[in-house]
Design a protein around this ligand. Structure first.
Ligand code: SF4
Ligand code: SF4
Length: 377
């Protein structure tokens, strides 16, 4: 079975105190670091590498996963090598705030081909507005130094930018900053408020759908470059994939949430990073085979959420590309239970604005794909 796992490597432990973080409550001063025990680590990797498809996709998140330390990750890659079946491709990805990256980390990421996601909210004035340490000091310089190490050794990395009030009106400026620094792999995610950690409470969002829609359109104008984009913006790449007729890899743009498990540092299993709470706990990897999680009542209940589209999505002209967004975003404010994604208006605005140019980009790719399929018949 093809599925991926994502570790909450050190649970919510983090060395920063970003004031918009909806996950960590340790305010940049973790009391000891919670890494998976050797037994949990080995059981999980053993189960996973015995049952995943030809590509093992393992993501390391936190909190701040680098707090687990280099020896922990050296143990991880050693175990992966020991436990993987022949001809398995192992893809490790790590999402980090970047401040702990030094030459040793960068060399390790290069050697084991980790894809490194670094959280950076744009130029210093935008980044330091929220991404601060326990003493309230901005982290821009430290993050850029970490990125410098990745560049120096030639390790792959991308930039993850949280879009909130601090940068939502600055799309063109963000793009100019990323271009100036040669950052060509970028992902944007809209900011959710801290209170949104409780799954069954309505989500609280920091920006309006209109502001996010304006942001997407502004960034798209820069990205498009007269039909010759040279930067990867994850959302736009996925939209083009969809226009070409391929399945996007972005979960929100698929018909169903992809097969994926979240593993907490203590071995607890959940179906998605946005569904972590007692009601969504599948079990613990110590007591069950990992792949059996997909047959659990919790997983089935979770899998039913995304395709249960509200009426407005079923009638929407953009449904084939948007796919109704994320079910977590369908609970917000005092909206009825079956509301559309909070960012529905952003998506509608974006698709209406960019549709013609997206069609122009996708048409030759669609033709090439059709030809290559015909040649195989
Ligand atoms: S619930 Fe939302 S974030 Fe989670 S996998 Fe589904 S679409 Fe993605
Ligand atoms: S644009 Fe809005 S109505 Fe249309 S599919 Fe997306 S969320 Fe649903």
């Amino acid at each position: 079975m093809q599925y991926g796992i994502m570790w909450k490597t050190v649970s919510e432990d983090c060395n920063l105190a970003c004031d918009y973080c909806y996950y960590s409550r340790v305010l940049g001063r973790p009391q000891g670091i919670r890494t998976p025990s050797p037994a949990i680590l080995e059981k999980t990797l053993r189960d996973y590498l015995a049952t995943c498809g030809p590509v093992a996709s393992i993501a390391w998140q936190g909190g701040e996963p680098l707090l687990a330390g280099l020896p922990f990750f050296q143990r991880v890659v050693a175990l992966e090598g020991e436990l993987a079946r022949p001809r398995t491709t192992i893809s490790n990805a790590v999402q980090t705030n970047g401040v702990l990256i030094n030459q040793a980390w960068a060399r390790f990421f290069l050697q084991y081909r980790f894809l490194v996601g670094v959280s950076l909210d744009g130029p210093q004035t935008a980044h330091d507005a929220h991404r601060v340490d326990a003493g309230g000091r901005g982290t821009f310089d430290r993050v850029m130094r970490g990125i410098g190490w990745l560049e120096q050794v030639g390790a792959d990395f991308n930039i993850l930018t949280v879009v909130g009030p601090h940068n939502v009106g600055r799309g063109g400026e963000l793009m100019a900053f990323y271009r100036e620094h040669g950052f060509r792999w970028i992902q944007f995610i809209p900011q959710m408020a801290f209170q949104s950690q409780t799954v069954d409470d309505p989500g609280i969002f920091a920006i309006s759908p209109q502001a996010y829609g304006d942001f997407l359109c502004e960034v798209f104008d820069v990205w498009y470059r007269d039909g010759h984009p040279d930067t990867s913006i994850r959302f736009f790449d996925n939209v083009v994939q969809s226009y070409v007729g391929l399945q996007p890899d972005l979960c929100t743009m698929r018909k169903h949430c992809p097969a994926h498990l979240i593993v907490e540092s203590n071995g607890d299993l959940y179906p998605c990073d946005f569904y972590i709470g007692d009601e969504w706990r599948i079990g613990n990897v110590a007591d069950m085979a990992l792949a059996d999680a997909f047959n659990s009542e919790v997983y089935h209940r979770f899998a039913d959420l995304k395709p249960d589209l509200p009426e407005s999505c079923q009638r929407c002209q953009w449904l084939a590309h948007c796919r109704g967004g994320c079910p977590r975003n369908r609970q917000w404010d005092d909206q009825p239970e079956h509301a559309a994604d909070y960012f529905c208006a952003s998506f509608q605005q974006f698709f209406a604005y960019a549709n013609q140019r997206l069609e122009r980009l996708a048409a030759p790719l669609r033709r090439a794909r059709t030809q290559s399929l015909l040649q195989r018949i």
